[in-house]
Design a protein around this ligand. Structure first.
Ligand code: SF4
Length: 149
């Protein structure tokens, strides 16, 4: 099962923000660097995560982004259900248009059922708990605290 790139970036952002010490507020630009993704994509993902109540934006000169109390409880399954489940698992398109089996196909439903099982298996996995392991693991997340004046 493959998740879409928007979900992937959003999960990476939440993981990074879960690893950052409470007093640090990375900017969107710093986050873009930390997750290795263009600023525009990260900016859209941060906006969506704010709308979901999972991150907060603190304004001002020393402002930035931080994970919210709700974000600390968010599970991978919950995030994927919102950000990843808008399309069918199979595209059901051929070079000549819609798949000719589309009206009697039982496979689509089975695949969508399998996707739900995939999400359900991640319903007890909080992103925050994953990030805490990552911070101590072989790929620690570090963010620059130096800001342009
Ligand atoms: S067989 Fe079913 S799942 Fe596969 S492309 Fe056709 S309609 Fe979609």
């Amino acid at each position: 099962m493959r998740i879409n790139s928007f979900s992937d970036v959003s999960l990476r952002l939440l993981t990074v923000l879960s690893s950052v010490p409470e007093h640090e507020l990375p900017t969107t630009r710093e986050l873009a660097e930390a997750v290795g993704t263009p600023y525009n994509h990260v900016s859209k993902a941060v906006l969506k995560l704010r709308q979901m109540g999972l991150v907060e934006a603190i304004r001002g000169r020393s402002g930035g982004v931080r994970i919210s109390a709700d974000g600390k409880k968010a599970t991978v399954g919950r995030v994927l259900r919102v950000l990843d489940s808008h399309s069918d698992v199979a595209e059901c398109q051929t070079d000549m248009g819609a798949c000719p089996l589309i009206h009697e196909c039982g496979l689509r439903g089975a695949l969508n059922h399998a996707r739900e099982a995939f999400y359900a298996s991640l319903d007890n996995v909080t992103i925050y708990s994953l990030a805490r392991k990552t911070a101590d693991g072989p790929v620690p997340v570090t963010l620059s605290t130096v800001r342009p004046s």
